[in-house]
Design a protein around this ligand. Structure first.
Ligand code: BDR
Ligand code: CA
Length: 362
């Protein structure tokens, strides 16, 4: 069983990342830190607690992390995730237990990770990177100790071919979802992100899940139906958890259609950052589970040095060049960041369904 720590900003897609992390039998979720991002820290923290309650894992501790980036105001995404950060259903329960506030969240991460055997635990980040940057800056020994770091963030490579976005009037193409070039998680705290990618201990153990991959994983209406009724179609009425997840995806679909004109279903970005631990690209997992490892494609082991553009102010760089928060990936032999470019879609949706079933059984 692989231990992991999840840092997130729930967030509709973050909820699915929590689901896999908390319920896959090959994973042990040590704890969650929350971060400013899709909504305020207060809201993302409440949402994390609600999701854990809904999936039957209220035992997992939630630590509220940073309220804002190092040197900028926080940016939120109510147009995508609603005012609460997780709009779309009244069925989500409130957390039974309050978040943990009597221990520093960065220290909690460090202690939990170092308590696991060296080379075993993973850190997964599905929000902006302020907490994670603080972790590795304050306790560099954690970078040596962990097996890997998986981040949902960034936009590299070609413009979207499957799902062109048209948020900015008059634009023909774009690779970012917040500006023409920048992805939201990196845009929110570009300095924190740069500190991660320039860390030479971390780079060779980092997976970066970028938008060109996540936009292949669209929760179409057929997928939404499958989330509600299960892979084989239920004869009885759907469980409350299935109803919750279905309603969340319905809301997410509507905002993606409104904001991006994307009518084929919203991309389920964040769970891919957890799923990569259960994949062929994680040699340790693939060796133990050669038949069930989820297949990702990293184009023959491509590796990159990643730079983040940190010049510019939020809000002033949106429609002109969109450079602030841009991730630029330079090919690098051997020791760079891995950026998977494709995934077995059926395998991914089966994984989600499997984890919903397990949550419903507990
Ligand atoms: C990322 O931004 C957030 O809105 C999502 O939760 C995801 O982590 C996608 O750009
Ligand atoms: Ca997120």
């Amino acid at each position: 069983v692989t231990p992991l720590w999840l840092d997130c900003d729930p967030g509709h897609d973050d909820a699915f990342a929590i689901l896999i992390a908390a319920h896959h039998p090959s994973l042990k979720l040590l704890g969650i830190t929350t971060i400013h991002g899709n909504a305020s820290l207060k809201n993302t923290t409440a949402n994390a607690g609600s999701v854990l309650e809904a999936i039957g894992r209220p035992d997992i501790p939630v630590y509220p992390g940073s309220r804002k980036p190092f040197c900028r105001p926080a940016v939120h995404a109510p147009d995508i995730h609603g005012e609460s950060g997780l709009d779309g259903t009244d069925l989500l329960p409130k957390a039974r237990f309050p978040p943990v506030t009597d221990k520093n969240p960065i220290l909690a991460m460090r202690d939990a990770l170092l308590a696991e055997p060296k080379g075993k635990p993973w850190v997964v980040a599905t929000g902006t990177l302020t907490n994670i940057a603080l972790l590795f800056a304050t306790f560099p020994e954690v970078a040596e100790h962990i097996q890997g770091l998986s981040i949902m963030g960034g936009a590299v490579g070609e413009e979207f071919t499957t799902a062109p976005m048209s948020r900015l009037p008059g634009e023909q193409s774009r690779i970012g979802n917040t500006t023409p070039f920048a992805e939201f998680n990196i845009y929110c705290d570009p300095e924190a992100s740069e500190s991660i990618f320039s860390n030479s201990v971390l780079a060779p153990k980092t997976f970066l899940i970028t938008l060109d991959l996540t936009h292949q994983v669209l929760a179409s209406t057929a997928i939404q139906d499958r989330i509600l009724n299960g892979a084989s179609g239920h004869s009885e009425s759907p469980t409350v958890l299935r109803q919750i997840l279905h309603a969340l995806l319905g809301f997410f679909s509507t905002t993606y259609a409104t904001v991006f004109g994307l009518t084929t279903g919203p991309p389920l970005h964040d769970p891919l950052a957890v799923a990569i631990i259960l994949s062929n690209l994680n040699p340790e997992f693939a060796k133990k589970h050669p038949r069930t490892a989820l297949k990702f494609d990293d184009k023959g082991g491509e590796r990159f040095a990643v730079k983040v553009v940190t010049d510019g102010q939020h809000g002033q760089d949106v429609s002109v060049t969109g450079q602030l928060g841009r991730t630029i990936a330079f090919p690098k032999e051997g020791h760079g960041v891995a950026i998977p470019r494709g995934v077995d879609l059926d395998g991914f949706w089966n994984l989600i369904d499997y984890c919903i079933q397990r949550a419903d059984e507990c």
